[in-house]
Design a protein around this ligand. Structure first.
Ligand code: CA
Length: 246
């Protein structure tokens, strides 16, 4: 007799969210993706897409740029601005070759693009390639979490707990804290931190770091007027002191 335990477990199916207002194109993509073993969800506009993503994030978003009401680029920008979806893999479908630079650039942050008209086979291949890239990156990356004393960080869910209490950190502050815990004790200058945490292409005042450090201290220090974790090194920058975590 076949008990539940003996039934071979189904391979995990990656979920693709197809965001496209044209019904025929959605159908074409769905048909081909399902045939290749993907689970597919559909959204006909940006608002519906945001709603579906909020309920349960897909593994990949196929995003058409020409959408009614909320353009695809706007949706992309919103997803990138949210910690939960900042790294959600996105492939943009575009008819406009000229926009490709903007799409892939810092501004929008799509992972890949496909120019219409496309072959469904190409789309499936690109989805697979992107998933491989994402999986490889997460396998090679440093541990997915940090825990020491009072501080616990989950790098995949962007959750931070201090003394067991969940803290609401902005994305920049989360990234900054992640950098600090991964590079303890060393002193970093403001410009260095900007380069290493923000990226070289950002043009902000080095003093911006101070604002983020101040906010971070308010969240993680016992007494932010007398910080013991993120230490100021006068006229140089900052240093993270994990010993104070206990
Ligand atoms: Ca469209």
């Amino acid at each position: 007799m076949n008990t539940a335990a003996e039934v071979p477990r189904e391979r995990v199916r990656h979920k693709v969210l197809v965001v496209e207002d044209e019904h025929d194109i959605r159908e074409l993509l769905r048909y081909n993706l399902v045939q290749q073993g993907f689970a597919v969800e559909e959204a006909a506009d940006g608002a519906e897409a945001l709603d579906r993503i909020a309920r349960r994030a897909p593994d990949v978003v196929l995003l058409d740029l020409m959408l009614p009401r909320m353009p695809g680029l706007e949706l992309c920008r919103r997803l990138r601005a949210q910690p939960d979806t900042a790294y959600l893999p996105i492939i943009v479908l575009t008819a406009k070759g000229a926009e490709v630079d903007r799409v892939l650039g810092l501004e929008m942050g799509a992972d890949d693009y496909i120019v219409k008209p496309f072959s469904p086979r190409e789309v499936v291949a690109r989805v697979r390639a992107l998933l491989r890239r994402v999986n490889a990156a997460s396998e090679h990356s440093v541990p997915a979490s940090f825990e020491q004393g009072r501080l616990k960080m989950d790098f995949s869910t962007y959750e931070v707990f201090v003394d067991g209490e969940k803290k609401d950190l902005a994305l920049r502050e989360f990234e900054l804290l992640k950098f600090f815990v991964q590079h303890p004790m060393r002193v970093y200058g403001r410009e260095q931190l900007l380069d290493l945490v923000w990226g070289r292409d950002t043009f902000v005042e080095p003093r911006t770091i101070d604002v983020h450090v101040r906010r971070l201290r308010q969240q993680i220090e016992r007494d932010d007027s007398n910080p013991e974790l993120i230490l100021t090194v006068r006229s140089v920058g900052y240093r993270f002191n994990p010993d104070a975590l206990g």
